[in-house]
Design a protein around this ligand. Structure first.
Ligand code: 9MR
Length: 327
């Protein structure tokens, strides 16, 4: 009986300790990622798609742990203007409502991009592309006027060697399409922050040099541009050592920077050692943003590993987000 009594006392003490778990400890009882980020003056965001809204485990985490939301696909041209002049904002509006219901800010993604672009745009005579682009931007940005924190106005504009991607926009207008897109977006919503967004520009390389030179030239011409988005689709152990210096050279031009699509892909099955390295990669990314004044925040691309684009695009890789399949 004495032994049992001692066990019972131990259990009660343990229960009391759990009840009074200090807020600094990990777990659902601790502070949210969102509040931790906000206390440091940045945001922590995630991306969700329309079908994610049906997953209550996912939405519980998204709505409590994150303060910024990016629609994963629903604001792209193929959804919002599938045929010329015919707009559909219903899928994106659902995600906007979710964000508003959870007092989350929103990043609009994306207005001008070669991918998820309906074929009617790429089939237009080059003389009609400018008007189509401006109408698309004006209509979509006006629809969300006053509701979005930022827009990724142009997405993935450069090739790896730093040359412009020769998409429908570049082919019709040359590099001037970027300034035209930014001016059109600013006219439609003067309060949304306007970003250029790309991948493989996190370190210093030919592609980030091209983005740097473009930003410098746009700022010199007085083109409205508030920030550069670094997608940050990393491979385990490969966060570039020049990441911080690279972000700093952009903020020195007078723009904000943001990490817009963070993930860190791991070869499956993920070992304990790999997940430990991943924790260190995520820490490095977050510390880099915190160390650079002008880094507005960090968005992870997808809520949990099951929602990530990685396994579908890189077979054999996954476990790329901070949450496993059970959130
Ligand atoms: O996560 C998006 C995925 O559901 C789509 O199938 C894919 C199609 O291109 O786009 C994904 O998001 C991309 C983002 O819009 C831009 N940067 C790369 C992202 C991953 O492909």
């Amino acid at each position: 009986r004495r032994a049992l009594g001692a066990a019972a006392v131990t259990a009660v003490v343990a229960l009391a300790a759990a009840t009074f778990l200090p807020t600094g400890q990990a777990g659902a009882a601790g502070p949210s990622l969102r509040s931790l980020a906000e206390a440091k003056g940045i945001y922590f965001g995630t991306a969700i798609t329309q079908s994610d809204l049906n997953n209550s485990s996912l939405t519980a985490v998204a709505g409590s742990q994150f303060g910024m939301l990016t629609p994963g696909n629903e604001m792209k041209w193929d959804t919002t203007e599938p045929s010329r002049g015919s707009f559909n904002f219903t899928p994106a509006d659902r995600i906007v409502s979710f964000a508003q219901d959870h007092a989350m800010k929103l990043r609009g993604h994306t207005l001008v991009w070669h991918n998820q672009l309906p074929s009617w745009v790429s089939s237009l005579p080059t003389t009609q592309v400018k008007a189509a682009m401006e109408n698309h931007i004006t209509t979509e940005v006006s629809h969300y006027k006053g509701k979005l924190y930022a827009w990724d106005v142009v997405n993935e504009l450069f090739n790896e060697d730093g040359s412009y991607r020769s998409d429908a926009f570049f082919n019709a207008m040359g590099s001037g399409y970027v300034a035209d897109a930014l001016r059109t977006a600013r006219a439609a919503d003067p309060d949304a922050k306007l970003y250029l967004n790309d991948y493989n520009i996190e370190g210093q390389n030919a592609k980030s040099d091209a983005m740097y030179n473009l930003v410098k030239s746009l700022k010199a011409q007085g083109v409205p541009l508030d920030g550069v988005g670094f997608q940050a689709h990393f491979i385990l152990g490969q966060v570039p050592s020049s990441f911080k210096a690279n972000l700093q050279r952009f903020t020195a031009l007078g723009v904000n920077v943001a990490i817009t699509e963070l993930d860190d892909r791991v070869q499956l099955p993920a070992t304990g050692a790999a997940l430990a390295q991943q924790a260190s990669d995520y820490t490095a990314v977050i510390n880099t943003c915190l160390a650079v004044p002008g880094c507005a925040g960090i968005t992870q691309w997808g809520v949990g590993d099951a929602d990530s684009w990685i396994p579908g695009t890189f077979p054999g890789y996954g476990a790329a987000t901070m949450y496993d399949a059970n959130y």
